[in-house]
Design a protein around this ligand. Sequence first.
Ligand code: PGA
Length: 241
Amino acid sequence: MKYYLFGNWKCNPTNAQEAKKLFSDTAKGVKRSEKVETAVFPPFCYLAEFAGKKKEVAIGAQNCCFKESGAFTGEVSPKQIADLECKYVLIGHSERRKLFFETDGFVNEKTKLALSFDLIPVVCVGETDEDRTAGRAVEVVKNQLAAGLKDVDVKKVFAAYEPVWAIGTGKACGIAEAREMARVIREVLGPDTPILYGGSANAKNGAVYLKEAGYNGLLVGGASLKADEFAKMFQEIEGLE
Ligand code: PGA
């Protein structure tokens, strides 16, 4: 079984010196391993500095444009990201959906374009607190998958289940709910798509999602900004049978 430990730095750190330190400390805390693949997703401004530099840590972008090039002020295209030796790109993170009005249609266009440049899209899905309370969690996630991955070869993408209410709140998803959603996503995507869990994952709870809830890896936000915590997560995952 291959596992994945992915760190989403979001809009952090705020200067190059700290970013370089976090990257080198992260690389020191993990190993290149057959069993666990580690990747980090720094802000765009650090991608060129880090991509292809450490064999222990693959690099991904946190977003990409839905077009290859042209008049799209402020955007970075998947072709430009691929050209930097990045391997992954996050698509449809809930913060993009909520704060930057990204729709499933955009997610679908970006995913297809990223694939055309041989990037591996990590397509994020997840319900809000309101959706879950109303009993719509499974329906929302299924709809996001159907629309976001329409006409996509799902064997070439990763999916990340990140319940919105669990992101950055310290309230990680319960194992039973996480297991149920992994089952639903697996039913939709089939056996070949790695499925990650994200949402307040840390060194204490992270490996449990892999061991007991059927996930292939973790997408880690806050805890990936602490190299020692991230290293512990790596060790926990490497220690799984
Ligand atoms: P968190 O973020 O680990 O800080 O909850 C996860 C994510 O947004 O990918």
